[in-house]
Write a new protein. Sequence first.
Length: 69
Amino acid sequence: LGIGHVRYSTQGLSDITNIQPFVVESLHGLIAVAHNGELVNAKHMKQKLLKHGVGLSSGSDSELIVQLL
């Protein structure tokens, strides 16, 4: 399986920490997410993840999505 994504940043920084897809290892195998959009509740979701001990390495909504999965 291959995934490609070209990011035109309208939110967040254009740097290496925001390169997509974001990939995490789960109990079900690797999960990759590439997303073009903006989560309206990103701040709230980020706070919930941090509260549960999930670290984030970027400011991307896409990373939030993959961590929530």
